[in-house]
Design a protein around this ligand. Structure first.
Ligand code: SAM
Length: 474
């Protein structure tokens, strides 16, 4: 591979006797992987799913839910559309494993699009606590939104903001912050030759100033005693170890948390950035990543914010809630319907025609650019005669088969051509004899082996497709 001379010279100095192996690694194909959704799938099923997607079971050693694959996973696979797995570069799986999100935590992903790491964090939160997924680039925030929806995450607010504006609005708010920083992308060289061009236009020196600023803003948004995971996909020390050395010199209250349990990666042994982690392409099966886990040793302080959601109220809100529940009655089992009703009453947010479940008081984000105020459950639409509730497709992706009434649950095999047709937006017809429990009229949930894909409206076996136009397979 044709690599810039200045890059090669720098790496020769850094790597010494390892240099030839390092450079030779750029002529090998890039490493591919899939990550299993930790919210939708239990750990005992990870290997079966991986085998069914990739045809083999080869675990990525530095994460609990990642697997290698030789060939690109198919974007047509219904399991992909159901959010069961996400194609991801195995190296990029490390930071979200290190941040180890726990239900109830408030976590900010400052540089989130397209969302591979944000989705893992959101899945690990299991609907409790808050994920704020931020992306400064408005166009990229659309892909982030789509990936968060597909993953079935219920408690995520998506922002399109600069780190300084978030820090100013929410000082000391987050328990943990991920900075998967914009970087010179040297670890992307073998994956995407365009990365070399962008490195030449915008190299390590320049981008390191941006990274430094993002880290400083993250400190302001972090709760005292909180944690920051900083990562890049580059090999330039100025963006990695040297960045962290400067940070630790400037912020004496931070220490590095070592992760000796993570095998096969390189743990730096010396200098202030000791215990930072690297995935080297010539030493392990990954294109390259740097990651460090920082913890503030400052005394913990409670968050001084009014976080409780303030639901929309009034007669319009009440009527909308009734319509939402009327629709969901057709689909959800009674216990889950009751639980949903409680959540709806406690956290419904009506913004124009859109209806959301907000994970926290949405006023916290006033004056910030909010792309998504939580779980988008649907819209109110006017027909000629009435107002109706039309559910979003984010909603079914947050369900599991056990939440759904037997007469609304349509389980199709992953290889069934009907699923392919459903994902293309076609009307599908089921044989009532093959699905004797399914009702004759009304809302049904279409699933691939029980993993929800979306709603449809059945009438005597014929299912009107409700899969959103923008999501359909071509
Ligand atoms: N974490 C993402 C994932 O797992 O899919 C990848 C993030 S990518 C390495 C870095 C992101 O930082 C890009 O989406 C880019 O738009 C964003 N970015 C660029 N400049 C930024 C800045 N000054 N502040 C915050 N984010 C920035």
């Amino acid at each position: 591979m044709n690599l810039p001379e200045s890059f090669k010279n720098r790496m020769r100095d850094v790597l010494g006797s390892e240099y030839d192996d390092f450079i030779a690694s750029f002529d090998k194909p890039s490493v591919k992987g899939i990550r299993i959704n930790t919210q939708k799938v239990g750990p005992s099923c990870y290997e079966d799913i991986a085998a069914s997607v990739t045809g083999e079971v080869r675990r990525v050693p530095w994460t609990s839910c990642g697997f290698y694959t030789d060939s690109e996973a198919s974007g047509k696979d219904p399991y992909y559309h159901a959010g069961v797995f996400y194609p991801q570069d195995p190296s990029a799986m490390l930071p979200a494993q290190i941040i180890a999100a726990k239900p109830g935590e408030f976590i900010l992903d400052l540089c989130a699009a397209p969302g591979g790491k944000a989705c893992r964090i959101g899945e690990d939160l299991k609907g409790e606590g808050l994920l704020v997924a931020n992306e400064i680039n408005a166009e990229r925030s659309k892909a982030l939104n789509r990936n968060i929806e597909r993953s079935g995450i219920t408690n995520c607010v998506i922002l399109n903001e600069s780190p300084d504006r978030i820090a100013e609005r929410l000082p000391g708010f987050f328990d943990k912050i991920l900075i998967d920083a914009p970087c010179s992308g040297e670890g992307m060289f073998r994956r995407d030759p365009r990365a070399v061009k962008s490195w030449q236009d915008y190299g390590p020196e320049q981008i390191s100033k941006v990274q430094h600023e993002i880290l400083e803003q993250a400190v302001l948004a972090l709760r005292p005693g909180g944690e920051i995971v900083y990562s890049t996909c580059t090999f330039a020390e100025i963006e990695d170890e040297l960045m962290i050395e400067t940070f630790l010199n400037d912020h004496k209250e931070f220490v590095i948390v070592p992760h000796p349990e993570i095998s096969e990666i390189s743990h730096k042994q010396i200098g202030p950035a000791k215990d930072s982690m690297r995935i080297w392409p010539h030493k392990c099966e990954g294109d390259g990543h740097f990651c460090v886990h920082l913890k503030s040793t400052a005394a913990e302080v409670d968050r001084d914010f009014d976080i409780r959601p303030r639901p929309s109220t009034g007669s319009i809100a009440n009527k909308i809630i009734v319509k939402v529940i009327d629709m969901l009655k057709e689909v959800l089992d009674q216990d889950y319907l009751d639980a949903f009703r409680i959540r709806l009453n406690a956290s419904v947010l009506i913004q124009g025609a859109g209806i959301y479940l907000m994970p926290v008081n949405i006023k916290l984000f006033d004056r910030l650019k909010v792309v998504k105020s939580g779980l988008f459950i649907g819209e109110v639409k006017e027909t000629r005669t009435e107002r109706i509730f039309v559910p979003s497709n984010s909603l079914p992706l947050t369900l599991t088969a056990e939440m759904v009434r037997d007469d609304s649950l349509i389980i199709l095999g992953r290889d069934d051509d009907m699923l392919n047709r459903y994902l293309k937006g076609e009307t599908i017809v089921i044989d009532p004899n093959a699905h004797p429990a399914v009702k004759r009229r009304g809302y049904v949930l279409i699933t691939a082996d029980g993993y929800p894909l979306g709603f449809g409206k059945i009438n005597n076996g014929m299912i009107k497709n409700m899969y959103p136009k923008a999501w359909r397979l071509l």
